[in-house]
Unconditional design. Sequence first.
Length: 212
Amino acid sequence: MVSTDRLLAFAAMSFLLIVIPGPSVLFVIGRALGQGRRAALITVVGNTLGAYVLVVAVALGVGSIVERSVLAFTALKLVGAAYLVYLGVKAVRQRGSLHAVFTGDASAQSSWRTLWEGFAVGVANPKTIVFFAAVLPQFVDRGQGHVMAQMLLLGLVFNVIAVTFDSVWGLVAATTRTWFVRSPQRLATVGGIGGLTMIGLGVTVAATGRKD
């Protein structure tokens, strides 16, 4: 299995990647500002599940295909970017109803939808795709065998770190949001800001990345 040295080195590199806010973190913050703490944490869970799907894909060899194919990578990136823009527009349009959502009970359907949206963003995150496809395999000790198991373990380490820090980001953003709930107008404003953040993030994701 993975040696302690390799595991610690991978954890350190994962930390450096995660601590710098990327698409998933900014999406969680947007959810926290727009819908509150519960939606932010559900989004974190969805993001984590989506990221682990990428780990499994890399372990199965699919990730290398995406990383090497400009067409596949660009298509996945644009799909993720378009989805972020869609969610941002939706958040802006629904900002006037945020106060009722915040003070009422969220339905099970809305929770599943939030989970799915977080999952979709997590699985289409270009930053994570490149990291898992290009970096994760380098920390596998092929001489020890069980290559797939090693990759799954390393991916689990990454996701534990990610879910911890993403949750912190979401909780901090949700805490600042509580001040806005005292006024429907202020809450609608911050909901609009969260939506615009997601739109800007989607545009950024679409405009950046590999150009080879």
